[in-house]
Design a protein around this ligand. Structure first.
Ligand SMILES: [Zn+2]
Length: 476
């Protein structure tokens, strides 16, 4: 039988507001355990939450950027459950009137044409703390620093049919969230987390199968592997005449398996009720209009502009516009070099190689943004050759050196004084009588050898064309 995979995504994104959603504690990642906490986010009795307006602003901005309708009268609800990382024993979230609804993000469908993945809703909520199990054998510790960090939960419809669609959606969504400045989307720090609801059904069937929910995936690669594993697990069960159990499963990327965690709860299990401590939020037309007018250029528009105005290849623009960090670097580099093609080529070639070799994500690049443009100018002006340029870029990338200073201090500038080049080549000719004679006897390889010797004697710092020209002249 042929099976079809049906998936929906719940994406949690941590907002990059400076303070938490209901108190003034810092949202900064890391920090000593339980140092970014107060009586409100640690759930002391008698405290009251005060909503951070920036959370509403970021939510509306996200809704506008993902083609959603904004719920102009929306409310918070209490989601009741007890868990040690949630000191209040309830999470303030939105169930009945979420702030955004009915949006979509476009991906490439299975047949290659654009496909809309519908967004069912986006709601605001608070994050829970973190349990730390690994460091001690006999106890679990809890760190409440993350408690009350604002989250948006972006819930899609079950519109995905392949892992490729899921990953493209996540890439596009995180690019949009980065562009509009609401989240840094660092998966490894947990600021973008995706849960995948997955079921399978016979191809052609309209009825949904029983779904499982997979959590704990912290990279696109892990998500791809988890989907493949879970789909196969369900298909095997069904083909053996067994049943899929509705449950929450945890993906163990190290072992490459998903393990059952708990039975999957439905909304009624949480005994939701309207949050009594926060009044409803009313959003005016003007507020939405203001946000709409202040929207920055979004990834798709930027991509089209790069292709049409700058004449860049589609593939390159797709990669560059996929990350706001690459976009910022590219635009700064073009500003300095006034040469979009060269700027894109250095990013797509040398920089990508360095990112791959060191397994670095663009958001973790730590060199000065101006350095790449300055380096390209050094190469294009002939001050250093391309080979040296690549080596200097490596130093820029790893140690954040200043390109011009580094070239100066390490004496890497090209020798442009023809007299000096000539003197070195004359010496090479004098020391390689045998090759000179071979060349004169018609052996072209001998010429290549002499070029190589000359470049070596010049320590690679003379323009190759110039060396070739002078050598030819001297050999007569
Ligand atoms: Zn607090």
């Amino acid at each position: 039988m042929e099976w079809e995979i049906v998936m929906g995504l719940e994406v949690h994104t941590e907002l990059s507001t400076k303070t938490k959603i209901f108190c003034n504690c810092s949202t900064q990642f890391g920090g000593e355990p339980n140092t970014h906490v107060c009586e409100i986010c640690s759930g002391m009795p008698g405290t009251l939450p005060l909503l951070n307006e920036n959370v509403v602003r970021y939510a509306v901005r996200t809704g506008v950027a993902t083609n959603c309708e904004i719920t102009q009268y929306n409310k918070f609800d209490r989601k009741n459950y007890f868990y040690p990382d949630l000191p209040k024993a309830y999470q303030i979230s939105q169930l009945y009137l979420p702030i955004c609804r009915n949006g979509y993000i476009e991906v490439t469908g299975g047949d290659g044409s654009p496909k809309r993945i519908r967004i069912h809703e986006i709601h605001m909520e608070e994050d829970a703390g973190k349990l730390i199990h690994d460091e001690w054998e006999d106890c679990t510790m809890v760190d409440y620093n993350r408690c009350g960090v604002p989250l948006l939960e972006i819930v899609s419809e079950p519109d995905f049919r392949s892992a490729a669609e899921v990953i493209e959606y996540l890439e596009r969504l995180s690019a949009v969230l980065q562009y509009i400045g609401v989240s840094d989307c660092k998966m490894q720090e947990g600021s973008l987390r995706a849960d995948v609801n997955l079921s399978v059904r016979p191809k052609g069937s309209e009825k949904f199968g029983v779904r499982t929910e997979m959590k704990n995936m912290n990279s696109f690669k892990a998500i791809g592997r988890a989907i493949e594993y879970e789909a196969n697990r369900q298909i095997e069960l069904l083909e053996d005449g067994k049943e899929v159990v509705q449950e929450t499963r945890r993906w163990d990327d190290g072992k490459g398996v998903s393990v059952a965690m708990r039975s999957k709860e439905d909304a009624q299990d949480y005994k939701y009720f309207p949050e009594p401590d926060i009044p409803p939020i009313e959003i005016s037309d003007e507020y939405i209009e203001q946000i709409r007018n202040a929207m920055p250029e979004l990834p798709e528009a930027k991509k089209r502009r790069y292709i049409e105005e700058l004449g860049l290849p589609e593939y390159d623009t797709g990669i560059i516009t996929g990350s706001i960090y690459l976009v910022k670097l590219f635009e700064k580099t073009v500003e300095i070099t006034n040469n979009p093609k060269d700027s894109a080529n250095w990013i797509m070639g040398e920089l990508m190689k360095l990112l791959n070799d060191t397994q670095t994500l663009p958001e973790n690049m730590s060199f000065r943004e101006e350095s790449l443009g300055e380096l390209i100018n050094l190469v294009n002006s002939g001050k250093i050759n391309r080979g040296t340029g690549k080596k200097v870029l490596e130093k820029v990338f790893c140690d954040n050196v200043d390109p011009a200073k580094y070239v100066e201090e390490n004496n890497l500038a090209q020798v442009t004084d023809t007299g000096a080049i000539k003197a070195v080549i004359e010496e090479v000719i004098a020391n390689n009588e045998k090759s000179v004679n071979e060349y004169k006897g018609g052996k072209t390889q001998a010429f290549q050898y002499l070029i190589g010797q000359s470049m070596r004697a010049l320590r690679g710092k003379a323009p190759a064309a110039e060396v070739q020209k002078i050598l030819k002249e001297l050999l007569g």
